[in-house]
Design a protein around this ligand. Structure first.
Ligand code: SF4
Length: 322
């Protein structure tokens, strides 16, 4: 028998289902482009406050082009430009940048900015806002920072929603982080609507199209798979939610940043593997995992039919081509 056939026959078969849609969303695409165009416009270095999106590979690629990542504005030297990340920033941040005379470019995803404007409208209508999200996430810090302290209360769980004792139950509004679990959020919103029938908010929630489409794709794929692997960073909210959605659909799931983190023992006994990627994970990482799997398995690859995504967002005017 030819050696090539021998080595091929030695590999166990693996049916690989690849979710669609997966990976980059329009907000992430736009944020990365904003950093690249800012480097072209101003020249390196361009400072970026916080990881532009939660993915080390994206951040490293931009560092190589001349971006410098910092956590706070006071780390940005006077006279150099700074980009704000896709997650959004409290109002105090652009104010401080203006006060220091810094050139800044805001890469906040337009869908996050939309929530910021909704918060202002609800507050202007005299409503106290219940904000559904995860404490400490930069998007939550940014949204809470759109209004003065005390104007919003963070609600993380159904238990939080049950325990609320608002001063004026008839004057409430709610908003949500964009990258939450669709199912968990629906439960929290239902609790709020039951307890406070006069509450105002979006018809469903503010979870973005990319987050809900990727979760729907995982739910569709889960019954066909022995296990699902999500490519994304541990601090990427929408990636973590994808792994949770897979587990709740009854499938074993793991979240890995890239092929180098593959745990071969975890794949023991898996005949059909689902693969997806969070909204901040580049497609190159998906292909890297597929190629790594091919070194150990006889892979049959199939991409699921998914909802096509056509969303694009305009660039800030300052960076549009002349
Ligand atoms: S995940 Fe949603 S909210 Fe976040 S950048 Fe992408 S489109 Fe915008």
């Amino acid at each position: 028998m030819a050696p090539a056939l021998l080595s091929s026959a030695a590999k166990p078969p693996l049916d690989l289902l690849i979710a669609a849609p997966r990976g980059f969303c329009a907000g992430v695409d736009r944020a990365i482009r904003i950093v690249e165009l800012s480097i072209e416009k101003y020249g390196a270095p361009v400072y970026v406050r916080h990881e532009i999106v939660h993915n080390k590979h994206v951040v490293d690629a931009l560092k190589a082009k001349g971006a410098v990542f910092v956590e706070e504005l006071d780390e940005v030297p006077d006279g150099l430009p700074v980009v704000f990340s896709a997650h959004g920033v409290p109002k105090s941040v652009p104010l401080e940048a203006s006060g220091r005379g810094l050139d800044y470019v805001d890469a906040t995803c337009p869908l996050v900015s939309k929530v910021h404007r909704q918060a202002e409208r609800l507050a202007a209508a005299g409503r106290h806002i219940l904000f559904i999200g995860h404490r400490g996430h930069p998007e939550v810090i940014g949204t809470l920072g759109q209004l003065p302290a005390g104007a919003m209360t963070l609600v993380e769980t159904v238990a939080d929603a049950e325990a609320l004792v608002p001063a004026e139950p008839a004057l409430l509004g709610f908003l949500t982080q964009t990258t939450l679990s669709v199912d968990d959020t629906a439960e929290i919103v239902a609790t709020l609507r039951r307890r406070f029938p006069a509450i105002q908010g979006p018809r469903g929630e503010d979870i973005c199209y990319a987050t809900s489409n990727r979760q729907a794709a995982v739910k569709e794929m889960a019954p066909l798979c022995d296990a699902i692997m999500v490519i994304g960073a541990a601090n990427s909210s929408n990636s973590v939610r994808l792994a949770e959605v897979a587990e709740r659909s009854g499938t074993r799931a793991c979240l890995i940043p890239c092929a180098e983190a593959l745990d071969w023992a975890w794949l023991g006994g898996v005949r059909t593997l689902g693969l997806t990627a969070g909204a901040s994970a580049p497609e190159a990482l998906v292909r890297g995992v597929v190629e790594a799997l091919r070194t150990r398995f006889e892979v049959t690859e199939r991409e699921m039919d998914g909802r096509p995504e056509v969303m694009t967002f305009k660039l800030p005017r300052a960076l549009e081509p002349a």
